[in-house]
Write a protein that binds this ligand. Structure first.
Ligand SMILES: CC(=O)N[C@H]1[C@@H](OP(=O)(O)OP(=O)(O)OC[C@H]2O[C@@H](n3ccc(=O)[nH]c3=O)[C@H](O)[C@@H]2O)O[C@H](CO)[C@@H](O)[C@@H]1O[C@H](C)C(=O)N[C@@H](C)C(=O)N[C@H](CCC(=O)O)C(=O)O
Ligand SMILES: Nc1ncnc2c1ncn2[C@@H]1O[C@H](COP(=O)(O)OP(=O)(O)OP(=O)(O)O)[C@@H](O)[C@H]1O
Ligand SMILES: N[C@H](CCC[C@H](N)C(=O)O)C(=O)O
Ligand SMILES: [Mg+2]
Length: 480
């Protein structure tokens, strides 16, 4: 496509060079530039793309978009814009034939539950015969192809490429997990969601957001800036921040989970059996979900189906047998009459929810093994220690992804919140799992928290293969 065609709808403040130059790709990372690419320089959180303009040209960029000035010394066509992020979104839309307008978009935000809601929703849509795409923490599914996710919400170039692939595969509904980082960094610019979901808000990511209010405001942007006026919001009003959001949103169709959409847990042992009450009546569902918290996530998915126009009966049929993504309170093994669950709880609230759910299964003893990620929100460490010591009978503290921090220091910070419960510290996660599992006797439950589906452990910049579920199964096999 020619540069001038890509600039349709872009507010151009200045142009240098030939606008008819042929463009073969659009990128915002100089390391991804191939000959023929258009490089869009934009400021970020750590770097500024403008520093890499020369590098982009050396790598073969056919033209560049920039916000600072037109530089006669740069030997390629240049476009000056006021805002390179919105320009990038518009250029990508032109490049891919406006895929964001050819899909029904559902965005899910909140501290916990995004992956669970989006996963259930995709499966439900498929059961209803609607080709659905998914972009989230675990994977990107474009309808024709599934790939491992890099980010929960990818940056604009990747995002538009995935949406374009969905259109090509005949997908009609695209379900997206929208992280607060993505909202803050404008990674969903140009997208107008038909449905927006807010699951809950609690402490996380305070290494990034200055305080909880700023974190909330980032999430709120999904509804304030990215929701189509004809669209709908699904808000969990059982959560205080959700209640506030619902009060603040005016003129929108809102589905209130916790009020208009409610569920009662009838039994838990073999997966949640739920009685759902919603405006059109009552429905009983046998699901494959573990964790009381999943009822809220299921109701969010249910309400989205209703917002998309499905009947209550269709929602019930589509969500019967609903299951969580891997590593969300997943029962992975039994050892000598004890049960072992792997969960992705990495916030105080999530850890509390997971432990309370397992306590409801009436274990003889409830053991909890976890650590905290390095180089991320440090303040949540003692809070997770506090929650775990209040709700579990014994703790194994170990390493999560220490990244560039000393695992011993991380555990010491968790220990500040621990009070009275029996604790063992074993920094080697494999060894900690081995000892915790060796201790189990009939009726016990062990929760292995923090890493969920992750298949690596990140230590000092290296990702070493590691899966809690696989490790647990291997150890149980060895011990039996
Ligand atoms: C701090 C942070 O969130 N950074 C993310 C962000 O980068 P950024 O926009 O701030 O970019 P930057 O690194 O400052 O660089 C600015 C510009 O210079 C360019 N550049 C930079 C270097 C270079 O050599 N050449 C070059 O062109 C960059 O490509 C970019 O265009 O946007 C990028 C995609 O557009 C992300 O890959 C990147 O994720 C980093 C690696 C990361 O760890 N992010 C985590 C915290 C994250 O985003 N997590 C959330 C999930 C959170 C949750 O679970 O709730 C997620 O959505 O994944
Ligand atoms: N509705 C909920 N309320 C409280 N805790 C929850 C809820 N849903 C999930 N959790 C907890 O949060 C963990 C992560 O769940 P999930 O992956 O669905 O959330 P997420 O928002 O996608 O997380 P991330 O931000 O890491 O992508 C679960 O393993 C569980 O411990
Ligand atoms: N989505 C979370 C993942 C944290 C998972 C935990 N295992 C860790 O490494 O801290 C985040 O980006 O903070
Ligand atoms: Mg997720």
């Amino acid at each position: 496509m020619r540069l001038e065609e890509l600039l349709s709808g872009v507010e151009v403040a200045g142009l240098l060079g030939d606008p008819a130059v042929e463009i073969t790709a659009v990128v915002d990372n100089s390391r991804r530039v191939r000959p023929g690419a258009l490089f869009v320089a934009r400021p970020g959180t750590r770097e500024d793309g403008h520093r890499y303009l020369r590098q982009a040209v050396t790598s073969g960029a056919a033209a560049v978009v920039r916000m600072d000035r037109l530089d006669p010394d740069l030997p390629v066509p240049q476009v000056l814009v006021k805002d390179s992020v919105s320009s990038l979104a518009r250029i990508l839309s032109n490049f891919y034939g406006a895929p964001e307008k050819r899909l029904r978009l559902i965005g899910v935000t909140g501290t916990n539950g995004k992956s669970s809601v989006t996963w259930m929703l995709r499966e439900a849509l498929l059961r209803l015969g609607r080709p659905a795409g998914l972009i989230g923490t675990l994977l990107y599914d474009t309808g024709g192809r599934v790939e491992r996710a890099q980010e929960t919400t990818p940056g604009l170039p990747r995002l538009y490429a995935l949406l374009a692939e969905m259109v090509r595969s005949g997908v009609s509904v695209a379900v997206l997990e929208v992280s607060s980082h993505a909202l803050d960094q404008r990674r969903v610019t140009g997208l107008s969601f038909e449905g927006g979901v807010f699951t809950n808000l609690s402490r996380d990511h305070l290494d990034y957001h200055p305080h909880l209010e700023a974190y909330f405001q980032a999430k709120r942007r999904l509804f304030g800036e990215h929701l189509s006026p004809e669209g709908f919001a699904v808000v969990n009003v059982a959560d205080p921040w959700g209640r506030r959001l619902a009060e603040e949103l005016s003129g929108l169709r809102i589905f209130r989970v916790g009020e208009a959409f409610q569920a009662e847990i009838l039994s838990r042992d073999q997966g949640l059996v739920l009685r759902v009450r919603e405006p059109e009546g009552e429905f009983e569902l046998q699901t494959r979900l573990f964790g009381d918290f999943q009822q809220e996530n299921l109701l969010c998915a249910w309400a989205v189906l209703r917002g998309l126009g499905f009947s209550a009966r269709e929602a019930a049929e589509a969500l019967t047998e609903a299951k969580a993504p891997p590593g969300r309170l997943e029962p992975v093994a039994e050892a000598r009459g004890a049960r072992i669950f792997v969960d992705y709880a990495h916030t105080p609230e999530a850890l509390a929810a997971a432990l309370k759910s397992l306590r409801a299964l009436a274990p003889r003893r409830l053991l909890c093994l976890f650590g905290c990620g390095g180089n991320r929100d440090r303040g949540k460490r003692p809070l997770m220690g506090q929650v775990a010591s209040a709700l579990a009978d014994a703790l194994y503290l170990t390493s999560d992804n220490p990244r560039f921090e000393d695992p011993q220091t991380i555990v010491r910070e968790i220990l500040r919140g621990v009070n009275g419960t029996r604790v063992r510290v074993i920094l080697d996660r494999r060894q900690a799992l081995r000892e915790a599992i060796a201790e189990l006797t009939a009726g016990d439950i062990l929760l292995v928290a923090g890493k969920g589906h992750e298949d690596y452990q990140e230590i000092a910049g290296r990702r070493l293969p590691f899966s809690d579920a696989e490790e647990v199964k291997r150890i149980v096999g060895e011990l039996s």
